[in-house]
Design a protein around this ligand. Structure first.
Ligand SMILES: [Zn+2]
Ligand SMILES: [Zn+2]
Length: 332
């Protein structure tokens, strides 16, 4: 087995099961080290021991791969990876993803590797939506850094794949968005999400979300309740707001309600998806990936949407790119 492929697949599977970024990064780093070596260095694997960037575990993986085996570490991860949601036919009809992060904010890898992974997954498009300035813990992008990022993003599309520029912009306490309107207007996709003060009272929280939905730049309302149902960050109850009012505003303004695929979020909850369906909303099934291996978390969101009877035509991520772009340019 090719050692670079083995190391990369391990990183991918660790990311998908949301292990610590520290762990997956070690495997990505070892893959980079191997990739940069002269091929003859691999002829004598024992000499790789002690090479900077190659530790005991990664050395064992490389050694086993070079010996023609599937490394034990990889074999075990593959076994875990068998635990995935029931395959949904909807998943195969998703054409892209509108919510993903790179190491420009709190993702673990480069923009390039996110784009490569999305392409490898068969996506026609991916929106890169790093965080906005106020989210300092996530290294949110200042206006200057976002402008620089736009140049990088513009260079990464190909004939069969489009990397859309974007942002996951914080919804501030008063409902305003955390980036200049000028810059928001230049982006392909604007996902608006709340990340702080999620325990606000119902009325001000409703006003806050309505403010974000009314902003002419908002395309997608991200993980609307902010709840966490499992995982290393613990659990968090959903925010309280008038869901009917918020989703009716989304429907009226053509803003899509995100179905966030991350297993620890499963946001919105089932009963809120039902309200959004009644209100006539559009939906966007997104991964909210912070690493390449997490792009495939879409499986979970697709399974939920199918189970809850969300009609395919109201899921904008089943639309071809030209229809999606027309929608982002809708008059408002
Ligand atoms: Zn978020
Ligand atoms: Zn996000």
């Amino acid at each position: 087995m090719d050692p670079i492929e083995a190391l990369t697949e391990i990183a991918y599977l660790l990311e998908r099961e949301r292990s610590s970024a520290f762990k997956s990064k070690a495997f990505r780093r070892a893959a980079d080290v191997i990739g940069s070596l002269q091929p003859e260095r691999l002829a004598d694997p024992a000499r790789l021991k002690g090479t900077p960037g190659i530790g005991d575990t990664t050395y064992r993986v490389i050694r086993e791969a070079l010996d023609g085996q599937v490394p034990t570490y990889l074999a075990e991860l593959r076994e875990h990876a068998g635990v995935t949601p029931r395959a949904s036919s909807l998943r195969s009809r998703l054409k892209g993803d509108l919510h993903a992060h790179s190491d420009w904010s709190d993702g673990t890898t480069s923009i390039e590797s996110m784009a490569d992974a999305a392409r490898a997954l068969g996506h026609d498009y991916l929106a890169l939506t790093d965080h906005s300035p106020r989210l300092r813990v996530a290294n949110g992008l200042s206006a200057e850094r976002l402008e620089q990022q736009l140049d990088v993003v513009a260079g990464l599309s190909s004939d069969d794949f489009t990397l859309l520029s974007g942002i996951e912009v914080d919804i501030l306490e008063d409902g305003a968005l955390d980036q200049t309107p000028e810059l928001l207007g230049r982006l392909g996709i604007v996902v608006a999400s709340a990340h702080s003060k999620l325990r606000m009272e119902k009325r001000p929280m409703t006003r806050r979300l309505l403010g974000a939905v009314a902003d002419p730049h908002t395309d997608v309302l991200g993980h609307v309740t902010g709840r966490l149902v499992e995982g290393s960050r613990g659990t968090r109850p959903p925010s309280e707001f008038d869901a009917t009012a918020v989703f009716e505003a989304c429907a009226e303004r053509g803003v899509a309600v995100e179905i966030n695929s991350r297993p620890e979020r499963q946001d919105p909850p089932d009963e809120l998806i039902a309200i959004a369906l009644d209100a006539g909303c559009l939906f966007s099934i997104d991964s909210d990936a912070h690493a390449p291996g997490q792009l495939s978390l879409l499986d979970y969101g697709a399974e939920r949407a199918e189970r809850l009877g969300v009609p395919e035509d109201r899921i904008i991520t089943t639309w071809p790119l030209d229809r999606l772009v027309d929608w982002t340019n809708r008059p408002r």
